[in-house]
Design a protein around this ligand. Structure first.
Ligand code: DX5
Ligand code: ZN
Length: 219
């Protein structure tokens, strides 16, 4: 059983002091920082890009788990790698050649993730599972924090876990969207080993991020 890791999404952080927020998350026991990059084209929202990631990089020693909700994505991979991304996760719908984009990320010595939207089936990426480090299962439609968890994706995680065991391949299963204290154990039971959370970590218990991270790590 892989160690459960917590990747807080800074989409729900105080954007007027992102540097302090990132340091606060590291001190609160976060395993990595989930950075939601949105371009207003792949998703109907616009957040941050390489310059901000570069400015935040020296505020922490924990990895930047960069979720690229941008298209086209291939030509921007280098910029996010240079800015300090440690994990670069892309959506298959955002590239004309998924294999080439996966290889590009690996060439840059970054961990590669592929993200499946709620309606995107595992078959879309089945041929690439042995090339990637992480599958990011969306439990909301991407674009915004604070949305309602879609429990139907738990079946997808169970199927992915089964395929992983049948093929004996090693990759992390990360779940992203609407994770809270009521559903996180179901996500883990289904097979997720990395939990992304924005709203629950930043808004619960009067914003006590240390307590909220500990609660998401508790058995
Ligand atoms: C949504 C993002 C998620 C989101 C998670 O498009 O990919 O990472 O910020 O936030 P919560 O935990 O509030 O759903
Ligand atoms: Zn995300």
């Amino acid at each position: 059983m892989k160690k459960i890791q917590i990747s807080p999404s800074i989409l729900s952080a105080d954007f007027s002091q992102l540097g302090l927020e990132i340091t606060r998350l590291e001190n609160a026991g976060a395993d990595m920082i989930h950075v939601d990059v949105m371009d207003g084209h792949f998703v109907p929202n616009l957040t941050i890009g390489p310059p901000v990631i570069k400015a935040l990089k020296n505020k922490t020693n924990i990895p930047f788990d960069v979720h690229l909700m941008i298209s086209p994505v291939h030509k921007y991979i280098q910029a996010y790698a240079d800015a300090g991304a440690d994990i670069i996760t892309i959506h298959p719908e955002a590239t004309e050649n998924l294999k080439a984009s996966i290889l590009k990320i690996k060439e840059l010595n970054k961990k590669v993730g592929v993200s499946l939207n709620p309606e995107t089936e595992i078959n879309t990426i089945i041929d690439h599972l042995n090339e990637i480090d992480l599958v990011l299962i969306m439990s909301v439609n991407p674009g915004f924090g604070g949305q309602k968890f879609m429990p139907e994706v738990l079946k997808k995680i169970k199927n992915l876990k089964r395929i992983q065991e049948e093929k004996n391949i090693n990759f992390d299963i990360e779940i992203d969207g609407g994770i809270n204290f009521e559903n996180y154990k179901d996500a883990i039971k289904a097979g997720a080993n990395i939990l992304v959370s924005g709203t629950t970590i930043f808004k619960s218990n009067n914003g006590d991020v240390k307590k909220n991270i500990e609660l998401l790590k508790s058995e």
